[in-house]
Ligand binder design. Structure first.
Ligand code: ADP
Ligand code: MG
Length: 311
């Protein structure tokens, strides 16, 4: 690569919102055959909002949301922020937790002063998170309800929400299922086109997420990724990139979160969403300034053009 063609490529990138960390990053982007993408904040906007709530008999939606938000106010997770915001919008007063435990990739376990959330004696425990979290604490999730949705059980309703691409969050109070919440996070407007363009260039696209299988498949289908890997732990992302490399693939990773940093560093080409966390940006070779995935396609095209000019 001549210094001049690299300078030209770098300048074109900057105008298109693609910032390369180094000349190596520009030259290395051309022979990528696999792109691994994080879901939340990368393919989607990463601004989840509460869309629905379903409480079991003897509960009501306000009480359910108040308990969930009181527990979630101790979490920095975007899903937590959506639930806390929903409580604020409804003018529900949050209860400060006495103690809490944040379970990475799963949810929150918090205890509250006695009498909170109309629970019985003692200090009520509130669990908020995915199925796995509640099941690991021995909560029975199958709950029959002749509810307004016409579904036969709470799990049926949860599954139908997931099939619509919503993330479900289960809530238990004092060892008993209290209800389920649905959170939506819109797909970014450019994601479908960008993934189509990647696939068209013969690059396989793999979406990774800690979210449940149903939600992940719906979102993955919406944007047309080649493959979906759901229900993974945050630390799995880097190992998945490594495994693909061991199979001989040249792998790019696109992500926005602190969780994505190890995978961004492991990839042959790490591309960080410019509106994401600083840790992700610092671990990446390329920054996609606006967060639009079409810039990732641009990054690969520019690299190919630069290499053509030089050889
Ligand atoms: P992602 O890869 O989608 O960013 P995470 O690995 O952060 O997801 O979390 C995986 C899953 O764990 C989430 O989809 C959610 O079901 C659950 N989860 C994690 N943190 C929380 C929380 N604070 N409240 C509720 N659910 C949570
Ligand atoms: Mg993310």
């Amino acid at each position: 690569a001549t210094p001049l063609s690299v300078t030209i490529g770098t300048g074109r990138g900057a105008r298109a919102g693609v910032l390369y960390r180094s000349a190596d990053a520009l030259q290395g982007a051309h022979d990528i055959d696999t792109i691994v993408l994080d879901k939340t904040g990368t393919i989607t906007q990463g601004r989840p909002e509460l869309a629905d709530a379903l409480s079991v008999q003897g509960m009501n939606d306000d009480l359910l949301i108040r308990a969930a938000a009181s527990a979630e106010s101790n979490s920095e997770h975007p899903l937590a922020q959506a639930i806390v915001q929903a409580a604020k919008d409804r003018n529900l007063e949050l209860v400060p937790a006495k103690d809490f435990d944040s379970v990475t990739g799963a949810g929150i376990d918090a205890t509250f002063p006695s009498g909170s959330f109309e629970a019985g004696k003692g200090t009520p425990h509130v669990l908020v998170g995915n199925r796995r979290l509640l099941e690991s604490k021995g909560i029975e999730l199958e709950n029959e309800i002749a509810d307004r949705t016409g579904a036969q059980s709470l799990l049926d309703t949860a599954r139908s929400w997931e099939d619509q691409g919503r993330t479900t969050i289960f809530v238990a109070i004092d060892g008993k299922l209290a209800g389920v919440l649905a959170v939506t996070d819109q797909v970014k407007s450019g994601s479908k086109q960008a993934i189509h363009d990647m696939n068209e260039r013969g690059i396989q696209t793999i979406m990774l997420t800690g979210d449940n299988q149903g939600t992940a498949e719906q979102v993955g289908g919406q944007v047309g990724v080649t493959r979906v890997v759901a229900q993974i732990h945050p630390e799995d992302k880097a190992s998945i990139v490594k495994a693909l490399q061991a199979q001989g693939h040249k792998v790019a990773m696109i992500g926005d979160g602190i969780n994505d940093a190890p995978a961004l560093a492991q990839a042959d080409l790490g591309m960080a969403i410019g509106t994401g966390t600083d840790v992700a940006i610092e671990s990446a070779d390329v920054t996609l300034v606006s967060g639009d995935l079409n810039a990732a396609v641009k990054a690969i095209d520019l690299s190919a053009a630069t290499m053509r000019n030089i050889h």
